[in-house]
Design a protein around this ligand. Sequence first.
Ligand SMILES: [Zn+2]
Length: 401
Amino acid sequence: MRLAYQYRLRPTKQQIGTFENWLELCRRQYNYRLAERFNWWEQNRCDVDKCSLISCSIAPLKDKPGYYSQKRDLTNTKTLFPDYKDIPSHTLQDVIARVEKTFDRWLKGDSNGKKSGRPRFKGKGRYRSLAFPDPIKPEQVHGKFIQLPKIGKVKMILHRPIPDGFKIKTATITCKADGWYISLSLQDVTVPSLKTDVIPAPDNTVGIDMGLKSFLVTSDNQTIEIPQYYRKAEKRCSRLQRQLSRRKKGSNRRQKSIKRVAKTHLKVANQRKDFHYKTAIWLLNHSKVIAHENLNIKGLAKSMLAKSVTDAGWGQFLQILNTKAASAGCLVVAVNPNGTSQECSECGATVPKTLAHRWHSCQCGASYDRDHNAARNIKHRAAGHPVLQSSVNVRRVAGSR
Ligand SMILES: [Zn+2]
């Protein structure tokens, strides 16, 4: 079983200086290695449908920069720029790994074949985390301190203990708007990843319809609203943003303003995450199987509803729900979203509605709130309809690993 715990760091001024220096060096290294790959790619690619006179270079083929060749080349970097010798070598190698990852995501796509955009060069202050890929021994964490390579003891606020039996596999230091953090990736090999043998059935399944009006509605007609503090914090954000735009470039007051805006954004993000965790735990206490619509969040976020969609953060919520379900032995299923709001959850007839129609009433006598009806349909698609023998149309998500 693998867990990630995050703790706040309280580095000394000198240590902060070192971390900032390392981040800047890693940022330059990242950009340099990315450029190396772009250059090779520009010079050596050849489109199938184009004349090779245009797209091929006349220069002889150079060796393709890859993960291993770039890693080997780090020794040259270290002789040319001795500052790089101060950085732990595995931290520096992780920079190459990141370049490799973004480049592959762009050209080949991830494990699902989904391609990302062209990698971007990182501007000043855009490289914000340092990885320490080596396992940290238990004796390296004592009391208020954690021992890290090449920097020594760094003060850490251990607000909760590292669980017994877990080993620290990797550590990552991140610079956030309100200070420095360390995330520890913990692993206990003796605890196997839970496998759930829950089968969706009408009495253990709850369907959730994620809407824009309220955060979600369950098939038992319970509604969870989007907390109001978002709206309040949002107002504060836009006020600070306006204030920032009035500040003179390069001034001290502008620097302060930038910090204030970043802190407010971080606070909103933290509040949202907290709300997502609480909602997920509430749902999992409620029932063993949770069915939701298989939404194309990226597609939705590009459409008119963009702001509300990204604001509600459904993607993050579903991710949290999945990990929490996996450790609780519960199951999360995604069902086909087509027509969940149009279908009658009693008799299966299609009752056309526009977005403005908030109530579902069918000639069979069914009468539900629009979202409640949709949630019931989602439940039925996962667990089967009590009356109609509708085909169960699901994709197992959690617990199938
Ligand atoms: Zn009906």
